[in-house]
Write a protein that binds this ligand. Sequence first.
Ligand SMILES: [Zn+2]
Length: 94
Amino acid sequence: MGVSSPLSKSPGVNVNEVTAYHEAGHAVMVRLFGRSVHKIDLVLNNAGTYNGYTHWGRDEYFREWDQNIPYDELGLQQRESKDCGTCLSCRQIR
Ligand SMILES: [Zn+2]
C-alpha cells in the first residue's frame, strides 16, 4: 500500500484545488451515510483564496442507503450520526 501525503504538499496543486477536493470528500462521505448534499459553497476570503462549506442534511430524518455500497466491506455502519466523519478540522468548527 502506498504512503499518503497531504494534497496541499503536492506540486502543482493550489490551495483552491485542495479546498475543492476537501469539500467533494465531504459530499461523498455524506452520501455514504445516507444523507443529502444540498450544496457546496466556495467563498472568497481576505487572502484571495476560497473557504469551502458543504451543506448537507445533518438533521434530516430520512436516510437513503445505497444498496450498491458494500458498507461492511468499507467498515461503515448504517447508524445515526451528526457528522460525516470526514475530517477533524470541520468537526471542531461546527
Ligand atoms: Zn472538512
